[in-house]
Design a binder for this molecule. Structure first.
Ligand code: IMP
Length: 433
């Protein structure tokens, strides 16, 4: 029996990881978010209600689970506090169930100011979420960051501000922004420090102990592999790595302890913000998918860009993450699309290639090579097994499996927690053994 499972976005984020984490958390004891911050938005639907989480792991809805915001995250105290209040109004008890790694970093208001400022002054816009993620990770890498352990210590926080604010204020003033007033910031943060103090733990020890005790641990990725700072479509990426490889470093557990990796992908592709997107489409099908799939950002409300499924991109993600199985999401959205396209290679300067060029300008010149498949028209409300799917629906799934060499274990047929086809044999073989 395998007791550690990573749930990773295989595309550019928004693949439906929240739903899968929520589902798989039903068997989990500890759910861990390991990178990013409240740039993420995980939507979960059950009992006819929709819930959006940005920082707290989606496992919080299972009332016997523990949940950890691990050391690789950057946490905006105000946003976390609001999320806790939201959970409180829903009568979700977080007491002794939600933990924050002492080494996680803090996003302060000036990081959000700088995020907006950098976007404004750079000639090539990334289209960030303006949540301060990039500047908070920049401070971490520049050794100017603030760890949670220091933040919740009154004297530690003040000492940090004494040292760091003059530097920040010089930067802000040079761009004609008002300087940060230390007393105001301390006053604003005081209730958050008090609220989080008892939640701070050594994240590495918490996870390792759970694993050693034989508990089931789920690692919940945010964003998607193509937004990875190292292996994504740089510079149009986020400032952390949403890949499985990032988990050990971002949680403090040994690489060999990650036993299985589930890749989450939509049966088409979306991305938000700028950057190359070889299979992007702008026609009626794009509009149909955007409307039917509610393809608007959970965090920013922006309309998502739409494209066909890109096998070149998926193979890149398979190589990086070593997926044991896939969960295909939003399968119902494609019902009614007459003809489906799968991009199996790129054409670049007259040559056929099957890798993602590292240089962004080169990637933008890649033209997709498509294979065409018949669409499907299944009434998915009535389908509860793989066997009951129509032949064209099965062919589409099989083709994805053949081209990526990864078996499909789950097929999501609607937004609700219960709308899912589980292929028990594949789940047993790839994720449980
Ligand atoms: P940042 O993470 O706010 O710095 O934004 C960098 C890029 O990542 C932008 O293109 C964002 O739209 C994208 N991004 C960040 N978080 C998410 C997410 O959760 N889903 C999809 N795209 C995201």
């Amino acid at each position: 029996m395998v007791n550690t499972l990573a749930i990773i976005g295989a595309q550019w984020g928004d693949e439906g990881k929240g739903k899968m984490t929520d589902l798989l958390s039903q068997d989990a004891d500890l759910i861990v978010r390991f990178q990013g911050g409240n740039n993420a938005g995980h939507t979960i639907k059950f009992n006819g209600k929709t819930f959006a989480l940005h920082l707290v792991p989606s496992g919080i809805f299972k009332d016997t689970s523990s949940n950890l915001l691990a050391s690789g995250m950057v946490i905006d105290p105000e946003a976390l506090y609001q999320e806790l209040k939201m959970l409180e109004t829903m009568h979700i008890d977080t007491e002794a169930r939600l933990w924050i790694a002492s080494r996680a970093h803090v996003v302060l208001d000036f990081h959000k100011t700088l995020d907006a400022l950098y976007e404004d002054i750079r000639s090539e816009k990334i289209g960030t979420t303006h949540k301060g993620i990039g500047p908070a990770y920049t401070d971490k890498a520049a050794r100017l960051g603030l760890k949670m352990a220091t933040f919740v210590s009154k004297t530690g926080f003040k000492t940090y501000l004494d040292k760091h604010l003059p530097f920040v204020n010089k930067l802000l003033e040079s761009y004609h922004y008002a300087p940060v007033k230390q007393a105001d910031l301390i006053k604003k943060m005081a209730p958050y420090q008090a609220a989080f103090k008892t939640m701070i733990v050594d994240g590495s020890k918490l996870i390792d102990t759970a694993i050693e005790m034989g508990q089931n641990v789920v690692f919940e990725g945010a964003q998607g592999t193509m937004l990875c700072l190292d292996h994504g479509t740089y510079p149009f990426v986020t400032s952390s790595s949403p890949s499985a490889a990032a988990i050990p470093l971002n949680t403090g557990i040994a690489p060999k302890k990650i036993r299985r990796v589930l890749g989450i992908l939509k049966v088409y592709t979306t991305r938000v913000g700028g950057g190359a997107f070889p299979t992007e489409i702008h026609d009626d099908t794009a509009e149909f998918i955007r409307t039917k799939g509610h393809e608007f950002g959970t965090t920013t409300g922006r309309a998502r860009r739409i494209g066909w499924l890109d096998i070149v991109q998926l193979r890149h993600a398979v190589r990086l993450n070593g997926f044991d199985a896939f969960a295909l999401m939003l399968f119902d959205v494609l019902v009614g699309v007459d003809t489906l396209k799968l991009c199996t290679a790129y054409k670049l300067d007259g040559k056929t290639i099957d890798i993602i060029p590292a240089d962004h300008e080169t990637l933008s010149r890649c033209e997709p090579v498509y294979e065409t498949l018949e669409g499907f028209d299944d009434d998915l409300d009535k389908v509860d097994s793989y066997k009951a799917l129509s032949n064209p629906a099965k062919t589409y799934i099989k083709r994805i499996e053949t081209l990526t060499n990864v078996p499909v274990a789950y097929i999501s047929t609607g937004p609700d927690r219960t709308a899912i086809i589980k292929r028990d044999e594949i789940i047993a073989k790839t994720l449980k053994e």
